[in-house]
Design a protein around this ligand. Structure first.
Ligand code: NCD
Ligand code: ZN
Length: 352
């Protein structure tokens, strides 16, 4: 479906999905959902609300709120996830998956990131849950960072892979695992060398910025997210992986809006709101890497195949043309600063 000649100016490809998205709730949900619905057919809706989405009943109610917040005429479909806690009941979780309420379950190590206080304290605590998930083919989505205060924040992903994920994969060889928003060369290698049951999502910001950019001319709170941006060599490894055509790597924006005031603060929140420019940003990376012919697979095929879901029908069209990104976006909840605020991008989504 991808058409590309030298200096492609228009690209039409299968409608993509976002395999990692924070849609929030209430007024923030109302203000941000249109940005995702414009680009993506489906999205994995992260469960880290406050309180988190733990039960199937909560997921169904949240799903209804998401559907009701869609722009008129939109068929954008959220795929719901369960937030795992030390107390998750394997039978309840499995029932939610088998009824089609949950597409996957999310492991947040307790206190690793935004609204993760109810997360898992030690992975051994959820072994009966993982055993059941393995048996029924329910994917485990992982925020892959240790929370040990003795581990440097830039090393927390690599240490998690070594200390926790390697053990989980060894103990549950048939469990489908997505290592979400990977940020390091070590993670790329871990996924590449791991079994076919293990995959990863990659965000636009980890493909486009390294940790130095977070301090360019001063502190840049809108580039602060978790896992935090890493050194240049890690960014380059992520770009190679994402554009390689390897089906283990797929699109997951981790778009995570916070009120501007909560980020521009003495103790600012982690999260990059990239939904308004997600496809434009990813496409820029593939263009720079001379890999436009691999974009459709990364954005629209690898994730669905990994989850065992049908590919979308329909297409979206992107055109090479300057696109101004606003400095701020007003939502009914608060002003939010988008990723690439005030920048001019080289691509625009022209038809969905
Ligand atoms: C996310 C959020 O704000 O919910 N923040 C982030 O920096 N990515 C949580 C997460 O995915 O870690
Ligand atoms: Zn996230």
């Amino acid at each position: 479906m991808v058409s590309c000649e030298p200096m492609t100016t228009t690209l039409t490809f299968r409608r993509p999905d976002d395999w990692h998205l924070h849609l929030r709730d209430g007024a923030m949900l109302a203000g941000v959902i249109a940005h995702s619905a414009r680009q993506f057919a489906r999205a994995i809706a992260m469960p880290n609300l406050d309180p988190p989405i733990v039960t199937a009943a909560q997921a169904l109610a949240y799903r209804e709120r998401i559907l009701a917040a869609r722009p008129a005429g939109s068929d954008f479909a959220p795929l719901m996830t369960a937030y795992l806690t030390d107390g998750t009941d394997p039978a309840d979780l499995a029932a939610g998956f088998e009824r089609g309420v949950f597409a996957a379950a999310k492991l947040y190590p307790a206190h690793a990131t935004t609204n993760s206080a109810h997360g898992v304290t030690e992975v051994g605590a959820i072994y009966p849950v993982l055993e059941r998930m393995e048996r029924i083919g329910m994917p485990l989505l992982v925020h892959g960072e240790v929370t040990d205060p003795a581990v440097d924040v830039f090393d927390r992903e690599a240490v998690f892979l070594e200390r926790v994920l390697a053990r989980v994969i060894g103990d549950f060889p048939a469990l489908k695992v997505v290592s979400e928003h990977i940020t390091t060369e070590e993670a790329v290698r871990f996924i590449e060398e791991g079994p076919a049951t293990v995959a990863a999502t990659v965000t636009p910001h980890h493909l486009q910025f390294n940790r130095t950019a977070m301090f360019q001319g001063g502190l840049r709170p809108h580039l602060y997210c978790l896992p935090v941006l890493k050194r240049e060599r890690h960014r380059l490894a992520l770009r190679r992986a994402a554009t390689s055509g390897n089906p283990k790597f797929f699109l997951g924006t981790d778009s995570a809006p916070h009120p501007a005031a909560a980020k521009e603060a003495a103790c600012g929140c982690a999260g990059v709101f990239n939904a308004p420019v997600a496809l434009e940003s990813y496409l820029t990376v593939f263009d720079e890497e001379d890999a436009l012919d691999r974009f459709e697979a990364f954005a629209s095929e690898h994730g669905a195949r990994f989850y065992g879901l049908p590919l979308n029908t329909g297409t979206v069209t992107m055109r090479r043309e300057p696109t101004e990104v606003p400095a701020r976006i007003q939502t009914p909840a608060a002003e939010v600063v988008p990723y690439q605020a005030d920048a001019t991008l080289g691509w625009r989504l022209v038809a969905g």
